[in-house]
Write a protein that binds this ligand. Structure first.
Ligand code: NAP
Length: 264
């Protein structure tokens, strides 16, 4: 029996499988992949995973990782009769609550995870949510699985939409910051390639100093901001323009939209 059956070997499902293989957490033969797209099935097979039709995969699974788009979940629940009630279901789908997944699949143990797109480079911070009914071995498996693609933070499901608004969606806000910085540098005459390098390193440098050097962002910012200096001039413009409150409003909008789209 395989350790995990991945339903949906797309961007995220395949990134998790690659992370798991890279970390040595599981062997390729421990994983089964199912995808509606034959090209993705071929990719999984080439990586050494076993592939099979969804009907057989659900029948044989002791654990499934649901990594299809939320709107495609119906094509999985159509086969719910194949799934054993005690099969652990781990879902990375946005919006579908643990209760709704349990109801639609007739599953008893449901875990939700929200990784980020940086899973593809092993740099995702995954928000993980599970109830007390999940057996300890299954909870540990989920921690190990997502630990293969980066740090894991356990969180109450009530806060998962907000965590997604700041984590998984936050990657997009950081991209917008980099794009805007690059554009500003280019407009000031910095050659295009250099403009991109400086913009990326501004974001990367701040994060790396915090992660590796443990210098809190506020402290790092203060250390590069001389009174009445150049950085102070820029920060004054950002703060007068409402940078922090704009970011908060953006995150709230993402959280509220997730609540609207969610299936409880
Ligand atoms: N990508 C991210 O950064 C990210 C981050 C956090 C959470 N998520 C969540 O992860 C899930 C997957 O996202 P993704 O970006 O990896 O999507 P994706 O690249 O579109 O991958 C989903 C794959 O599942 C296949 N599929 C659909 N129905 C299926 C079924 N019944 N059985 C087997 N395979 C099926 C799709 O095939 P077809 O294309 O042929 O339909 C596609 O190959 C989503 O629910 C998303 O909310 C993604």
């Amino acid at each position: 029996m395989s350790a995990v059956t991945i339903i949906g070997f797309g961007r995220l499902g395949s990134a998790i499988a690659r992370g798991v293989l890279r970390s040595g957490t599981l062997q390729a033969a421990d994983m089964v992949a199912v995808d509606a797209d034959p090209a993705r099935m071929a990719e999984a097979k080439a990586a050494g995973l076993r592939t099979m039709p969804i009907e057989q995969a659900l029948t044989e699974a002791c654990r499934v990782l649901v990594a299809v788009k939320p709107q495609a979940f119906g094509t999985v629940t159509a086969h719910r009769a194949r799934l054993h009630a005690n099969t652990t279901v781990i879902s990375v789908m946005a919006g579908w609550s643990r209760a709704a997944i349990a109801r639609e699949l007739g599953a008893t143990h449901v875990i939700r995870a929200m990784p980020t797109v940086a899973a593809t480079v092993g740099a995702s911070t995954t928000a993980l949510s599970m109830g007390a009914e999940v057996p300890a071995t299954e909870a540990d498996f989920a921690r190990t699985l997502f630990g293969a693609i980066g740090p894991v933070i356990e969180i109450d499901e009530a806060h998962l939409d907000a965590a997604t608004a700041c984590g998984a969606s936050g990657v997009a806000y950081a991209c917008l910051f980099i794009e805007a910085m690059e554009a500003a540098a280019t407009r000031m005459g910095v050659p295009a390639e250099a403009a991109r390098a400086f913009a990326v390193s501004a974001a990367e440098g701040a994060a790396a100093a915090w992660r590796h050097g443990q210098v809190p962002p506020a402290e790092l910012r203060a250390s590069v901001t001389s009174p009445a200096g150049t950085t102070a001039a820029a920060l004054a413009v950002l703060q007068q323009g409402g940078f922090e409150s704009l970011l908060e409003r953006a995150a709230i909008a993402a959280r509220d939209r997730a609540r609207e789209l969610g299936v409880r």
